[in-house]
Design a protein around this ligand. Sequence first.
Ligand SMILES: Cc1cc2nc3c(=O)[nH]c(=O)nc-3n(C[C@H](O)[C@H](O)[C@H](O)COP(=O)(O)OP(=O)(O)OC[C@H]3O[C@@H](n4cnc5c(N)ncnc54)[C@H](O)[C@@H]3O)c2cc1C
Length: 396
Amino acid sequence: MNLSLDNTQNAFAYKSNADLRKARFLFTVIQNPLVVSLATSVTPFLMKSGLPINGLIRSTIFKQFVGGETLEDSARVTKQLGAYGVQVILDYGVEAKEGEENFDNVADKIIEAVEFAATQKNVPYVSVKLTGLASLNLLETLNEAPRLRSGIHDSESQTAEWERVRERMFAICDIANEKGVGILLDAEETWIQDPIDRLAFELMGVYNKGKVVVYNTYQLYREDRLHFLKLSYKLAVEGNFLLGAKLVRGAYMEKERERAIAMNYPSPIHVNKEATDRDFDAAALFCLEHKETISLILASHNEQSNLLTAQKMIELGMSNNDERVHFSQLFGMSDHISFNMALENYNVSKYLPFGPIQEVIPYLMRRAQENSSVNGQTNRELLLIRKELSRRKAKK
Ligand SMILES: Cc1cc2nc3c(=O)[nH]c(=O)nc-3n(C[C@H](O)[C@H](O)[C@H](O)COP(=O)(O)OP(=O)(O)OC[C@H]3O[C@@H](n4cnc5c(N)ncnc54)[C@H](O)[C@@H]3O)c2cc1C
């Protein structure tokens, strides 16, 4: 296999020295779990208090991990990435803002993003978080009570509320289908995931005929998800539709474990990282082995998992840019994977959120946490940035 992920010159070609130095500073700061823990608890309050910290956030963590406050801002980043053959998954980064009016606004923003994506050469997908379109309370209720899942809801108002959520998703998918843009339904916490999965199946049954428009997300840190992926495949075959499967390890591990302890039920998360890794890689191989039915998006910063998947594609005689396989990393992380893979002609993208600063704070806090944990990527990001800065200095 020709693919090597080591080349930092490729990885950071789009970053100036000043950008790299800023990134080095940021990753050095968020490496410290104490700083991150403090920042995640006080930042939302500081933002609300009206203290002028927007500027600081904008020029540091926001710039590193977010495309901009508007679609127009993101267009600049999209173009820049496109120059290196790197694609984009657009994400309107506003999360869990309650109220029907807010849900309608988010749906409108997502539709705008789909329309924008259709005008760009390198934006094949738009991602959707159902918590942007539905109330947490409704999702929790639907998750908890099996009899409610069949559509027989507790009250007429809940039935009407769920109907509006479905209408929003169908409106988004109608336009995506018409414009040739894929919709990625994000996976969220286990206590609201069931209705998301059900809606994903309903949508795939309608739109994924002959081409894949809708993708569901599988969090392989969950003990039950490899089995669920296999079940999803069976349902797709039986239902005569194509399965879109985005694989992630999962972003809510601490929260899931804490809730399980607090509420005294077994944690749904694997007992250790090895078990998560094993299921993640097994899921990727399963998708490739069933490529007639499954289109795979491998969303990971794990070098080993990306290389293993690329190797398996060779073994199965697939070309690097087979349209059924796509790789993706978050904007601001693991450029060495994205840019080196793009050079070898793989379909690879950056997941690029956009939205007003105060609205994307939860996303930014997750990135800070992800990069500060002991098992996190910060060390590797820092090493790569330092390596590239030294290489540039030596070249002078
Ligand atoms: C394009 C894209 C889309 C995404 N969409 C979603 C989404 O819809 N839903 C979502 O939840 N996340 C999503 N994520 C975030 C993703 O879950 C995290 O970025 C990912 O978990 C980080 O893991 P990794 O595969 O990059 O590799 P690694 O760095 O190898 O793995 C880190 C991950 O392993 C798991 N892990 C770590 N320690 C342990 C342990 N002790 N026991 C068990 N498991 C452990 C955790 O999931 C941790 O995040 C997305 C990421 C990308 C790139």
